[in-house]
Write a protein that binds this ligand. Structure first.
Ligand code: TYM
Length: 342
Protein backbone atom coordinates (compact mmCIF):
# COMPACT_ATOMS: atom_id res chain seq x y z
CA UNK A 1 0.00 0.00 0.00
CA UNK A 2 1.22 3.49 -0.77
CA UNK A 3 1.99 5.71 2.17
CA UNK A 4 1.14 9.39 2.62
CA UNK A 5 2.70 11.89 4.97
CA UNK A 6 1.59 15.46 5.48
CA UNK A 7 1.95 18.18 8.09
CA UNK A 8 0.43 21.42 9.33
CA UNK A 9 2.32 24.01 11.40
CA UNK A 10 0.89 24.83 14.83
CA UNK A 11 1.15 28.58 14.41
CA UNK A 12 -2.49 29.49 15.19
CA UNK A 13 -5.37 30.77 13.03
CA UNK A 14 -6.05 27.56 11.11
CA UNK A 15 -8.13 28.69 8.17
CA UNK A 16 -10.29 27.66 5.25
CA UNK A 17 -7.21 27.35 3.01
CA UNK A 18 -5.65 24.81 5.38
CA UNK A 19 -8.94 22.94 5.40
CA UNK A 20 -9.70 22.91 1.68
CA UNK A 21 -6.10 22.69 0.46
CA UNK A 22 -4.99 20.02 2.92
CA UNK A 23 -6.95 18.69 5.90
CA UNK A 24 -10.14 17.85 4.02
CA UNK A 25 -8.14 15.83 1.51
CA UNK A 26 -6.37 13.96 4.33
CA UNK A 27 -9.77 12.68 5.45
CA UNK A 28 -10.69 11.21 2.07
CA UNK A 29 -7.22 9.83 1.35
CA UNK A 30 -6.88 7.95 4.63
CA UNK A 31 -9.04 5.10 3.31
CA UNK A 32 -6.75 4.46 0.33
CA UNK A 33 -3.32 5.09 1.85
CA UNK A 34 -1.43 4.20 4.96
CA UNK A 35 -1.54 7.70 6.43
CA UNK A 36 0.69 9.74 8.73
CA UNK A 37 -0.47 13.23 9.72
CA UNK A 38 1.93 15.36 11.67
CA UNK A 39 1.70 18.58 13.66
CA UNK A 40 5.05 20.09 12.70
CA UNK A 41 6.05 21.91 15.88
CA UNK A 42 9.75 21.87 14.94
CA UNK A 43 8.94 23.75 11.75
CA UNK A 44 6.85 26.24 13.72
CA UNK A 45 9.80 27.41 15.83
CA UNK A 46 11.75 28.52 12.75
CA UNK A 47 10.00 31.79 13.63
CA UNK A 48 9.49 32.79 17.27
CA UNK A 49 6.66 30.98 19.10
CA UNK A 50 5.57 31.66 22.64
CA UNK A 51 5.97 28.25 24.37
CA UNK A 52 2.51 28.26 26.01
CA UNK A 53 0.88 29.24 22.71
CA UNK A 54 2.86 26.57 20.86
CA UNK A 55 1.41 23.90 23.16
CA UNK A 56 -2.10 25.28 22.67
CA UNK A 57 -1.72 25.51 18.89
CA UNK A 58 -0.31 21.96 18.72
CA UNK A 59 -3.47 20.73 20.40
CA UNK A 60 -5.56 22.93 18.11
CA UNK A 61 -4.16 21.38 14.92
CA UNK A 62 -4.66 17.91 16.42
CA UNK A 63 -8.25 18.84 17.29
CA UNK A 64 -8.76 20.05 13.70
CA UNK A 65 -7.50 16.72 12.33
CA UNK A 66 -9.86 14.81 14.59
CA UNK A 67 -12.86 17.11 14.12
CA UNK A 68 -12.48 17.02 10.34
CA UNK A 69 -12.73 13.23 10.43
CA UNK A 70 -9.25 11.72 10.55
CA UNK A 71 -9.54 8.41 12.39
CA UNK A 72 -6.60 8.14 14.84
CA UNK A 73 -6.93 4.38 15.10
CA UNK A 74 -6.51 3.98 11.36
CA UNK A 75 -4.14 6.88 10.60
CA UNK A 76 -1.22 8.11 12.70
CA UNK A 77 -1.54 11.57 14.25
CA UNK A 78 1.41 12.95 16.23
CA UNK A 79 3.57 16.00 16.80
CA UNK A 80 6.94 16.06 15.09
CA UNK A 81 9.18 16.76 18.11
CA UNK A 82 8.16 13.42 19.66
CA UNK A 83 10.03 11.51 16.97
CA UNK A 84 13.70 12.46 17.05
CA UNK A 85 14.33 10.63 13.78
CA UNK A 86 12.98 13.68 11.89
CA UNK A 87 15.73 15.90 13.27
CA UNK A 88 18.37 13.22 12.83
CA UNK A 89 17.59 12.64 9.17
CA UNK A 90 17.28 16.40 8.64
CA UNK A 91 20.90 16.78 9.72
CA UNK A 92 21.99 14.31 7.08
CA UNK A 93 19.89 16.16 4.51
CA UNK A 94 21.57 19.43 5.55
CA UNK A 95 24.69 17.75 4.25
CA UNK A 96 23.03 16.44 1.06
CA UNK A 97 21.11 19.54 -0.08
CA UNK A 98 23.13 22.25 -1.83
CA UNK A 99 23.03 25.88 -0.73
CA UNK A 100 22.10 26.85 -4.29
CA UNK A 101 18.94 24.76 -4.06
CA UNK A 102 17.88 26.45 -0.81
CA UNK A 103 18.61 29.88 -2.27
CA UNK A 104 15.87 29.29 -4.84
CA UNK A 105 13.11 28.69 -2.26
CA UNK A 106 10.52 31.42 -2.65
CA UNK A 107 8.96 30.76 0.76
CA UNK A 108 12.21 31.55 2.54
CA UNK A 109 12.43 34.82 0.65
CA UNK A 110 8.83 35.71 1.57
CA UNK A 111 9.13 34.74 5.23
CA UNK A 112 12.58 36.17 5.84
CA UNK A 113 11.56 39.51 4.34
CA UNK A 114 14.05 42.27 3.69
CA UNK A 115 16.54 41.47 6.44
CA UNK A 116 17.54 37.91 5.58
CA UNK A 117 20.54 37.98 7.90
CA UNK A 118 18.12 38.30 10.84
CA UNK A 119 16.14 35.18 9.89
CA UNK A 120 16.86 32.03 11.89
CA UNK A 121 19.17 29.44 10.35
CA UNK A 122 16.28 27.01 10.90
CA UNK A 123 14.09 28.96 8.52
CA UNK A 124 16.75 28.60 5.85
CA UNK A 125 17.05 24.80 6.18
CA UNK A 126 13.28 24.40 6.73
CA UNK A 127 12.85 22.48 3.44
CA UNK A 128 15.50 19.93 4.47
CA UNK A 129 13.53 19.12 7.64
CA UNK A 130 10.40 18.86 5.51
CA UNK A 131 12.14 16.35 3.20
CA UNK A 132 13.20 14.40 6.30
CA UNK A 133 9.58 14.36 7.59
CA UNK A 134 8.47 12.66 4.42
CA UNK A 135 11.41 10.40 3.68
CA UNK A 136 11.97 9.09 7.20
CA UNK A 137 8.78 7.11 6.47
CA UNK A 138 9.59 6.58 2.77
CA UNK A 139 6.22 8.18 2.04
CA UNK A 140 5.24 7.89 -1.61
CA UNK A 141 2.64 10.69 -1.74
CA UNK A 142 2.19 14.03 0.01
CA UNK A 143 -1.17 15.85 -0.04
CA UNK A 144 -0.66 19.63 0.20
CA UNK A 145 -1.88 22.97 -1.12
CA UNK A 146 -0.20 24.53 -4.12
CA UNK A 147 2.18 26.67 -2.05
CA UNK A 148 4.17 23.58 -0.96
CA UNK A 149 4.97 22.42 -4.49
CA UNK A 150 8.47 23.89 -4.59
CA UNK A 151 9.36 22.32 -1.23
CA UNK A 152 8.27 18.93 -2.52
CA UNK A 153 10.40 19.31 -5.63
CA UNK A 154 13.35 19.92 -3.32
CA UNK A 155 12.47 16.75 -1.38
CA UNK A 156 12.69 14.82 -4.66
CA UNK A 157 16.05 16.42 -5.46
CA UNK A 158 17.35 15.45 -2.03
CA UNK A 159 16.09 11.86 -2.40
CA UNK A 160 17.66 11.60 -5.83
CA UNK A 161 21.03 12.98 -4.72
CA UNK A 162 21.07 10.71 -1.66
CA UNK A 163 20.27 7.70 -3.87
CA UNK A 164 23.06 8.68 -6.29
CA UNK A 165 25.59 9.44 -3.58
CA UNK A 166 25.06 6.13 -1.82
CA UNK A 167 24.45 4.06 -4.96
CA UNK A 168 21.06 2.67 -4.04
CA UNK A 169 17.38 3.34 -4.90
CA UNK A 170 16.79 3.89 -1.23
CA UNK A 171 14.31 6.78 -1.02
CA UNK A 172 11.19 7.04 -3.20
CA UNK A 173 10.72 10.12 -5.36
CA UNK A 174 7.65 11.39 -3.59
CA UNK A 175 4.66 12.65 -5.59
CA UNK A 176 2.63 15.68 -4.48
CA UNK A 177 -1.15 15.30 -4.34
CA UNK A 178 -2.62 18.73 -5.01
CA UNK A 179 -6.33 18.00 -5.11
CA UNK A 180 -9.65 19.80 -5.51
CA UNK A 181 -10.74 23.21 -6.75
CA UNK A 182 -9.32 25.23 -3.85
CA UNK A 183 -5.62 24.38 -3.87
CA UNK A 184 -4.72 28.05 -3.40
CA UNK A 185 -7.35 29.93 -1.41
CA UNK A 186 -6.77 33.66 -1.51
CA UNK A 187 -7.31 36.39 1.11
CA UNK A 188 -10.86 37.72 1.41
CA UNK A 189 -9.46 41.28 1.36
CA UNK A 190 -7.06 40.95 -1.56
CA UNK A 191 -7.50 38.29 -4.24
CA UNK A 192 -3.85 38.46 -5.23
CA UNK A 193 -2.57 37.35 -1.81
CA UNK A 194 -2.77 33.86 -0.32
CA UNK A 195 -5.09 33.33 2.66
CA UNK A 196 -2.59 32.98 5.48
CA UNK A 197 -2.32 32.29 9.23
CA UNK A 198 0.10 35.17 9.67
CA UNK A 199 -1.90 37.92 7.89
CA UNK A 200 -2.59 40.62 10.49
CA UNK A 201 -6.24 41.19 9.55
CA UNK A 202 -8.56 38.46 10.80
CA UNK A 203 -11.07 39.66 8.18
CA UNK A 204 -8.76 38.28 5.48
CA UNK A 205 -9.51 34.67 6.40
CA UNK A 206 -12.24 32.34 7.61
CA UNK A 207 -10.85 30.47 10.59
CA UNK A 208 -11.83 26.86 11.20
CA UNK A 209 -13.15 27.88 14.63
CA UNK A 210 -15.18 30.90 13.43
CA UNK A 211 -18.83 30.81 14.49
CA UNK A 212 -21.76 31.51 12.16
CA UNK A 213 -21.80 35.24 12.89
CA UNK A 214 -18.08 35.65 12.19
CA UNK A 215 -18.36 33.68 8.94
CA UNK A 216 -21.37 35.75 7.83
CA UNK A 217 -19.61 39.01 8.58
CA UNK A 218 -16.39 38.01 6.82
CA UNK A 219 -18.17 36.79 3.68
CA UNK A 220 -20.40 39.88 3.58
CA UNK A 221 -17.37 42.16 3.83
CA UNK A 222 -15.23 40.09 1.45
CA UNK A 223 -13.92 42.24 -1.37
CA UNK A 224 -15.65 41.84 -4.74
CA UNK A 225 -16.12 44.09 -7.75
CA UNK A 226 -19.20 45.90 -9.03
CA UNK A 227 -20.01 43.54 -11.89
CA UNK A 228 -22.49 40.67 -11.83
CA UNK A 229 -21.38 37.04 -11.34
CA UNK A 230 -19.36 35.66 -14.27
CA UNK A 231 -20.54 32.68 -16.31
CA UNK A 232 -19.07 29.85 -18.36
CA UNK A 233 -17.25 32.29 -20.67
CA UNK A 234 -14.61 32.57 -17.91
CA UNK A 235 -13.44 28.99 -18.48
CA UNK A 236 -10.69 27.97 -20.88
CA UNK A 237 -10.70 24.81 -23.01
CA UNK A 238 -9.64 22.61 -20.13
CA UNK A 239 -12.57 23.76 -17.96
CA UNK A 240 -10.44 25.91 -15.64
CA UNK A 241 -10.82 29.62 -15.01
CA UNK A 242 -8.69 31.29 -17.68
CA UNK A 243 -5.68 33.29 -16.54
CA UNK A 244 -7.11 36.44 -18.09
CA UNK A 245 -10.47 36.06 -16.32
CA UNK A 246 -8.81 35.39 -12.97
CA UNK A 247 -6.47 38.32 -13.36
CA UNK A 248 -9.36 40.65 -14.17
CA UNK A 249 -11.50 39.52 -11.20
CA UNK A 250 -9.32 37.68 -8.65
CA UNK A 251 -11.65 38.18 -5.66
CA UNK A 252 -14.71 36.95 -7.56
CA UNK A 253 -13.03 33.76 -8.74
CA UNK A 254 -11.57 33.10 -5.31
CA UNK A 255 -15.05 33.08 -3.76
CA UNK A 256 -16.40 30.94 -6.60
CA UNK A 257 -13.57 28.42 -6.12
CA UNK A 258 -14.28 28.27 -2.39
CA UNK A 259 -17.97 27.70 -3.07
CA UNK A 260 -17.25 24.90 -5.57
CA UNK A 261 -14.89 23.18 -3.14
CA UNK A 262 -17.24 23.42 -0.16
CA UNK A 263 -20.26 22.30 -2.21
CA UNK A 264 -18.29 19.53 -3.95
CA UNK A 265 -19.51 20.92 -7.25
CA UNK A 266 -17.61 21.49 -10.46
CA UNK A 267 -16.70 25.06 -11.45
CA UNK A 268 -18.90 24.94 -14.61
CA UNK A 269 -21.88 23.91 -12.45
CA UNK A 270 -21.34 26.77 -10.01
CA UNK A 271 -20.78 29.29 -12.80
CA UNK A 272 -23.93 28.26 -14.66
CA UNK A 273 -25.98 28.38 -11.47
CA UNK A 274 -25.04 31.95 -10.54
CA UNK A 275 -24.13 33.59 -13.88
CA UNK A 276 -25.43 37.14 -14.23
CA UNK A 277 -26.74 37.36 -10.67
CA UNK A 278 -25.63 40.07 -8.26
CA UNK A 279 -22.92 39.11 -5.79
CA UNK A 280 -25.14 39.67 -2.76
CA UNK A 281 -27.23 36.52 -3.39
CA UNK A 282 -24.14 34.42 -4.04
CA UNK A 283 -22.54 35.67 -0.82
CA UNK A 284 -25.63 34.64 1.12
CA UNK A 285 -25.45 31.14 -0.41
CA UNK A 286 -21.71 30.96 0.32
CA UNK A 287 -22.28 31.97 3.95
CA UNK A 288 -24.92 29.28 4.44
CA UNK A 289 -22.68 26.68 2.86
CA UNK A 290 -19.59 27.66 4.87
CA UNK A 291 -21.58 27.64 8.13
CA UNK A 292 -23.05 24.25 7.26
CA UNK A 293 -19.64 22.70 6.45
CA UNK A 294 -17.35 24.41 8.96
CA UNK A 295 -19.73 24.99 11.87
CA UNK A 296 -19.76 21.40 13.16
CA UNK A 297 -15.98 21.08 12.74
CA UNK A 298 -15.30 24.31 14.65
CA UNK A 299 -17.67 23.26 17.43
CA UNK A 300 -16.01 19.85 17.75
CA UNK A 301 -12.56 21.48 17.81
CA UNK A 302 -13.65 23.68 20.72
CA UNK A 303 -15.08 20.67 22.55
CA UNK A 304 -11.83 18.72 22.15
CA UNK A 305 -9.70 21.70 23.20
CA UNK A 306 -11.75 22.26 26.36
CA UNK A 307 -10.50 18.97 27.78
CA UNK A 308 -7.25 18.11 26.01
CA UNK A 309 -6.69 14.68 27.63
CA UNK A 310 -8.04 12.87 24.60
CA UNK A 311 -5.99 15.01 22.21
CA UNK A 312 -2.83 14.36 24.23
CA UNK A 313 -3.51 10.62 24.29
CA UNK A 314 -3.93 10.58 20.51
CA UNK A 315 -0.58 12.35 20.07
CA UNK A 316 1.18 10.02 22.48
CA UNK A 317 -0.12 6.90 20.77
CA UNK A 318 0.63 8.35 17.32
CA UNK A 319 4.15 9.26 18.41
CA UNK A 320 4.87 5.69 19.43
CA UNK A 321 3.54 4.27 16.19
CA UNK A 322 5.43 6.85 14.10
CA UNK A 323 8.69 6.12 15.94
CA UNK A 324 8.29 2.40 15.25
CA UNK A 325 8.04 3.11 11.52
CA UNK A 326 10.84 5.66 11.37
CA UNK A 327 13.52 3.95 13.45
CA UNK A 328 14.36 1.02 11.12
CA UNK A 329 14.55 3.39 8.13
CA UNK A 330 16.84 5.80 10.00
CA UNK A 331 19.07 2.89 11.05
CA UNK A 332 19.48 1.84 7.43
CA UNK A 333 20.36 5.44 6.53
CA UNK A 334 23.02 5.53 9.26
CA UNK A 335 24.54 2.33 7.90
CA UNK A 336 24.54 3.67 4.33
CA UNK A 337 26.19 6.91 5.43
CA UNK A 338 28.83 5.00 7.40
CA UNK A 339 27.96 5.94 10.95
CA UNK A 340 29.30 3.27 13.29
CA UNK A 341 26.62 1.83 15.59
CA UNK A 342 28.64 -0.33 17.97
P1 TYM B 1 1.21 25.15 6.51
O1 TYM B 1 1.08 24.90 7.97
O2 TYM B 1 1.55 26.50 6.04
O3 TYM B 1 -0.13 24.74 5.79
C1 TYM B 1 -0.74 23.48 5.99
C2 TYM B 1 -1.36 22.97 4.70
O4 TYM B 1 -2.33 23.93 4.24
C3 TYM B 1 -2.06 24.29 2.89
N1 TYM B 1 -2.41 25.71 2.70
C4 TYM B 1 -3.26 26.15 1.77
N2 TYM B 1 -3.96 25.52 0.81
C5 TYM B 1 -4.74 26.27 0.02
N3 TYM B 1 -4.86 27.62 0.14
C6 TYM B 1 -4.16 28.29 1.08
N4 TYM B 1 -4.30 29.62 1.20
C7 TYM B 1 -3.31 27.55 1.95
N5 TYM B 1 -2.50 27.90 2.97
C8 TYM B 1 -1.96 26.76 3.42
C9 TYM B 1 -0.56 24.07 2.73
O5 TYM B 1 -0.22 23.90 1.37
C10 TYM B 1 -0.34 22.84 3.56
O6 TYM B 1 -0.64 21.67 2.82
N6 TYM B 1 5.66 23.32 5.14
C11 TYM B 1 4.30 22.95 5.47
C12 TYM B 1 4.21 21.97 6.63
C13 TYM B 1 5.02 20.73 6.47
C14 TYM B 1 4.75 19.65 5.59
C15 TYM B 1 5.77 18.69 5.83
C16 TYM B 1 3.78 19.43 4.62
C17 TYM B 1 6.13 20.40 7.18
N7 TYM B 1 6.59 19.17 6.78
C18 TYM B 1 5.83 17.48 5.10
C19 TYM B 1 3.83 18.21 3.90
C20 TYM B 1 4.85 17.28 4.15
C21 TYM B 1 3.54 24.21 5.86
O7 TYM B 1 4.10 25.21 6.21
O8 TYM B 1 2.20 24.08 5.88
Amino acid sequence: MNRIFSGVQPTGNLHLGNYLGAIRNFVTLQDDYESIFCVVDMHAITVWQNPEELRRHTREVTAAYLAAGIDPTQSIIFNQSQVAAHAELAWIFNCVARIGWLNRMTQFKEKAGKHKENASAGLYVYPNLMAADILVYKATHVPVGEDQKQHLELARDIAQKFNNDFGRDFFPLTEPLILGSATRVMSLRDGTRKMSKSEASDMSRINMTDDADAIAQKVRKAKTDTEAMPGLEALDDSGRVSEAARKARPEAFNLIGIYAALADQSLPDVLSEFAGQPFSGFKKALTDLAVEKLGPIGAEMKRLMANPDHVDAVLRDGGERARALAMPILKEVYDLVGFLRP
